[in-house]
Design a protein around this ligand. Structure first.
Ligand SMILES: Nc1nc2c(c(=O)[nH]1)N[C@H]1C(S)=C(S)[C@@H](COP(=O)(O)O)O[C@H]1N2
Ligand SMILES: [Mo]
Length: 448
């Protein structure tokens, strides 16, 4: 108490302090370190830089979000066996019968989802860097309104980081997180999108006014002429700016260059031909087979326990329906065969178009006494257990004449790793629904 009563430098002590009982309050002064505004000294932080980075993200993130939500729809999760997120509740409100046309649509949407998502990562990091002082606002809670704003920012930043981290780990086939990717990435997306909508509504006025007053002249300002923005209430402008070491346009070029580099080194995974070899950030430089079978394999036969004894001469395809049949590979090869150029497009973003030859699913349905048009099919693999072992294809997919039980690719027999003796190829279906090592097709009346 004595120190409080001793006025420093001749200032009058505040009389109220001397008699009022001391109640614990938040200290006026922030603790040292990052909680002090002077700790953050970059002279280029401010509403302008944050606004520009925010607008770039705002142009790209909705595309990533929409293509991601479309990817979920592409799984036709309304069909039995297909839903990997049974707890989705109302989040599936927009689901629809995923079409088979155009056959390259999923290749485009999912390639865009993954590659644009990767490309935006450097911009996201620059944006987070630009607002980092706000993370250390002091006092942490000043008012109810500010507490709400901070909570929404936690969901926004946490949601963004969560979506990028789970997405990137998933495309590396690096399933280290202790939960299933599909529901986590879907729920995380909705949390992030909700917080993003609030954030955009709250910040857009400031973005507009900042760009109105400051314009784009910082895009022409070099390092020597770089000055801090005038002090304001945004909490972004340093009260103690250091001399600049990079201009604002330099920082934008750095983030943009990073984004371009990521794009250039990954886009090849979704393009056929020599450009594929430029995808240095994607699985590359590997041989997956010989001749026409030399294209991407995620899961080899050996890795899932499918062995040559199961796929040899004793293999039979069970076709269930009103009139069940069992077919050998020779029986299938004796049926009318069709060849279509169709892509395999993996949820991880890579895709490739191949010439597939095989028997129409619609013909197999008819053979088993089912009427294509109102018939769906459960496909079962020799592979046991897990999401790859079975899938339900919709009536739309069964009826499409290009939906094949493929026996050959590029004129050669399928290799064991590509699903020999027979695999599914459906136009515009996500890769994961193109089941390999098929052992059974169960045709049944359409359920939805
Ligand atoms: N039985 C089975 N079928 C499968 C898979 C699998 O692991 N097992 N992988 C699926 C996935 S995710 C894709 S993208 C395509 C291509 O996978 P691949 O690269 O492993 O051939 O096949 C699909 N069919
Ligand atoms: Mo996949």
């Amino acid at each position: 108490m004595t120190s409080e009563n001793a006025p420093a430098g001749g200032r009058t002590p505040r009389p109220s302090r001397s008699w009022r009982p001391r109640v614990p309050t938040l200290p006026e002064d922030p603790p040292p370190g990052p909680f002090r505004p002077e700790f953050w000294r970059s002279p280029i932080r401010g509403p302008w830089l944050t606004s520009v980075l925010g607008l770039i993200l705002l142009a790209g993130v909705p595309i990533v979000a929409i293509t991601g939500l479309l990817s979920y729809a592409a799984y036709n999760p309304w069909l039995p066996l297909n839903d990997l997120t049974p707890g989705k509740g109302l989040l599936g409100f927009y689901l629809f019968d995923w079409p088979t046309n155009p056959p390259w649509l999923y290749r485009l949407t999912q390639g865009t989802h993954v590659i644009l998502g990767l490309t935006l990562l450097p911009v996201l990091l620059a944006k987070l860097w630009s607002v980092i002082p706000k993370l250390f606002a002091w006092p942490p809670v000043r008012s109810a309104a500010q507490a709400l704003e901070r909570a929404s920012l936690l969901l926004l930043v946490g949601g963004a980081v969560f979506e990028f981290v789970t997405g990137i780990l998933n495309i590396q086939l690096f399933y280290v997180f202790p939960f299933s990717f599909y529901p986590a990435h879907l729920y995380g997306a909705w949390i992030f999108l909700g917080a993003l909508a609030v954030h955009v509504a709250l910040k857009m006025p400031r973005v507009v006014s900042t760009l109105r007053t400051r314009g784009l002249r910082d895009l022409r300002t070099n390092l020597a002429d770089t000055r801090p923005e005038p002090p304001d209430t945004s909490g972004l402008v340093s009260p103690a700016p250091a001399p600049p070491t990079i201009s604002r346009r330099g920082l934008l070029a750095f983030a943009g260059g990073g984004a371009l580099a990521v794009f250039a080194l990954s886009v090849g995974q979704s393009i056929d031909g020599w450009l594929r070899r430029t995808a240095l950030l994607a699985p590359h430089g590997r041989v997956y087979g010989t001749g026409p079978n030399d294209f991407q394999v995620n899961k080899t036969a050996a890795s899932v326990g499918v062995v040559a004894e199961q796929t040899g001469a004793a293999w039979r395809l069970e076709v269930m329906g009103p009139r069940p049949v069992r077919l050998s590979r020779a029986d299938l090869l004796a049926m009318p065969l069709y060849t279509y150029a169709l892509p395999i497009a993996c949820v991880e973003g890579w895709s490739t178009q191949r010439d597939w030859t095989g028997v129409r699913l619609a013909d197999l349905a008819r053979l088993a006494g089912a009427a294509p048009g109102h018939t769906q099919v459960v496909v079962r693999s020799l592979q046991r257990g897990g999401v790859f072992s079975r899938v339900t294809l919709s009536a739309t997919q069964v009826a499409d004449p290009r939906s094949l039980l493929a026996l050959r690719v590029g004129g050669a027999d399928l290799s064991l790793d590509h699903g020999y003796p027979a695999r599914i190829i459906v136009p515009n279906a996500p890769g994961v629904h193109n089941t390999k090592w098929v052992r059974m097709l169960e045709f049944s009346p359409e359920t939805a």
